[in-house]
Design a protein around this ligand. Structure first.
Ligand code: DGL
Length: 227
């Protein structure tokens, strides 16, 4: 049985990716709406919440957990070892894909404030010799949960603001560094133009996760439980 964990709906895109590729896998999905949004929370508070969520998966016998949330992924290194075992944070997978796909070595990251403050993705990319610009777009998270349309002025304004620094830096790749943001891919595409590669964090994380986990974990009855 696999676990997929996010603060809310963002991880559903990772769920679809896994479902498409491994239809027989049994999956537990947890969107922790009780504590969402994560991106504006204090570090210690969020660490406690993430630990509680991992405990919940463990209590249900789920050993392999995809953390399909960039914000929670940024804090996994800060957890005690027992909480890191068989827990797969998407952040490094996403960094690896962005570094591999960037044509000119100018990468932008749009994430939540907490992910930006933790700086894990920035450090990873800088260590791979690319230049990085960063911005937050916390405002988009509740708009995804409310299923607001991509053409809504609140969405287009937030995206215009969050992408300005990246457009000025003429990035060739933009990491949608929160698993909620790919729900607004068309709106990002519109402002960034066709030539910029957009990296959807949840989908990329899910693909890489499937390559890492033992194959027998993927054999099941294709059940999905929302917990
Ligand atoms: N979807 C999550 C992420 O990737 C969390 C968004 C939030 O709850 O602020 O960062």
């Amino acid at each position: 049985m696999l676990g997929i964990y996010d603060s809310g709906s963002g991880g559903l895109r990772a769920l679809s990716t896994i479902r498409e590729r491994e239809p027989d896998a049994d999956i537990l999905y947890r969107g922790d709406l009780k504590h969402a949004p994560y991106g504006t929370r204090q570090r210690e508070d969020l660490i406690r919440i993430i630990m509680q969520n991992i405990e919940r998966f463990h209590a249900l016998g789920c050993a392999h957990i995809l953390v399909a949330c960039m914000t929670a992924s940024s804090l996994i290194p800060a957890l005690p070892p027992a909480y890191r075992q068989s827990v797969y944070p998407i952040i490094d997978y996403v960094g690896a894909r962005a570094a591999a796909l960037s044509r000119e070595g100018r990468i932008g990251i749009v994430s939540t404030s907490r992910t930006m403050k933790e700086g894990g993705l920035r450090r990873y990319l800088l260590a791979h010799g690319v230049s990085v610009t960063e911005s937050e777009a916390d405002a988009l998270v509740p708009l995804v949960e409310e299923e607001v349309s991509q053409s809504d002025i609140r969405v287009t304004d937030a995206i215009a603001r969050a992408t300005r620094i990246h457009r000025e830096a003429q990035v060739d790749t933009l990491v949608l560094g929160c698993t909620h943001f790919p729900f607004f891919t068309d709106a990002f595409r519109k402002v960034m133009g066709e030539d910029v590669t957009l990296i959807p964090s949840g989908e990329v994380g899910a693909e890489a996760f499937l390559k890492q986990i033992p194959k027998d974990v993927l054999k099941g009855k294709g059940h999905i439980h929302f917990i």
